[in-house]
Design a protein around this ligand. Structure first.
Ligand code: PLP
Length: 358
């Protein structure tokens, strides 16, 4: 069976070697030496000045919203994973959807200002499939209207925009290190923030609000990563270059062999060093998509309808209509992309797709 992704695993001995350190320390969480070491390594690797690792990629979004959106209206994208909208609602804020740009698939920055009201406090946008939003325009709108900007950068490990990490943009950026993501700790995530005061708040918020063992800075929750998760991250860290180059080979193969006269693909924003995190293709209609999926499934190839459905249509969301996002959601599929996907399988996938779209 070929699935949309396959979790990258290091040789088990290398994981065991890291786990043994936690064992020897008898220290399994609360920012132990493995977590601190992984944070240092990631900072250096990504060229960023700070990081707070967390136990998943959803809580950092919630913490950022708690601190910045404060129960107000949050302008957001309907084309993302459900965690983006759910975090807004979970934090008792109101999602206000703005449709997406049909080429880049990120929030359409030209439509944001029309949706701002006196209750708007934040913009929460997703750099979807690792493709940066139009950060310059979004940030100038935010400045003009005194809004905070949070980026769901769950897909963005290793993405650079204008020669620096995409995590440097926005008041807060968040990432996911879930097992399906490009770099992972089984479950895990991180938040990034370059403002010292806000960083301090994010930091204590992720650890129950503690100010030392006996005092509290403020309200907090438990979003700490464990040493067992960090052990996974440390044992994968040496393979990051391999992961990127192997994924690039798959992407290059699709780029060279799919029939793009009958298919379209995401347009990566200029000045982006992309991370080969997903390979979405957009069909001319949902019918074509269903036909292709059925043909692939017969050969035990299971891509994923990602993202589907458009988040504004989820029952508890009440998000109005978003014609572009709804249309794209119905026609988009992420093709299998992972380390170890070989050319024989790739050829099979490409042949089935090209045959079924004409
Ligand atoms: C994976 C993902 C998340 C959530 O991350 P978890 O680590 O699974 O909590 C949030 N947003 C997007 C866009 C994602 O793809």
């Amino acid at each position: 069976m070929i699935l949309v992704t396959k979790t990258f695993l290091p040789p088990q001995e290398e994981y065991n070697k890291q786990i043994k350190r936690a064992w020897d320390n008898a220290w399994l969480t609360n920012r132990g030496e493995l977590t601190l070491e992984l944070e240092q390594k990631l900072k250096q690797h990504l060229g960023i000045s700070n990081i707070i690792m967390t136990n998943n990629g959803t809580l950092p979004i919630q913490i950022a919203l708690k601190l910045l959106a404060k129960g107000g209206e949050v302008i957001t994208t309907p084309f993302s994973y459900v965690a983006t909208s759910a975090a807004i609602i979970w934090e008792n804020c109101k999602p206000v959807f703005v449709d997406i740009d049909p080429e880049h698939l990120t929030i359409d920055e030209s439509k944001i200002e029309d949706s701002i009201t006196s209750k708007t406090t934040s913009i929460l946008a997703t750099h979807v499939f690792g493709n940066p939003c139009n950060v310059e325009v979004i940030e100038s709108i935010a400045k003009k209207h005194n809004l905070s900007v949070i980026y769901d950068a769950a897909h963005c490990f290793g993405v650079n925009y204008k020669d620096q990490s995409i995590f440097n943009y926005g008041d807060v950026s968040t990432c996911s290190f879930h097992a399906t993501k490009i770099f992972h700790t089984a479950e895990g995530g991180a938040m990034f923030c370059n403002d010292e005061k806000l960083y301090h708040k994010l930091f204590y918020s992720h650890n129950f609000g503690h100010n030392g063992p006996l005092k509290f800075h403020g309200l907090g929750i438990n979003a700490k990563i464990s040493e067992l998760q960090s052990a996974m991250g440390l044992s994968i860290f040496p393979y990051i270059k391999t992961i990127f180059s192997e994924r690039k080979k798959v992407v290059d193969f699709y780029n060279a062999h799919l029939n793009f006269s009958l298919l379209s693909k995401i347009k990566i924003r200029e000045n982006t060093q992309w991370n080969y995190s997903y390979y979405p293709v957009i069909f001319d209609s949902q019918n074509t998509l269903l036909k292709v999926l059925e043909a692939l499934e017969k050969e035990k190839i299971i891509p994923r309808r990602y993202f589907y459905p458009s988040l504004n249509t989820i029952p508890y969301v009440n998000g109005g209509t978003m014609p572009i996002s709804e249309s794209i959601s119905e026609r988009i599929v992420c093709l299998p992309l992972y380390v170890g996907l070989n050319e024989i399988d790739l050829e099979k996938i490409v042949t089935i797709i090209n045959k079924n779209i004409c």
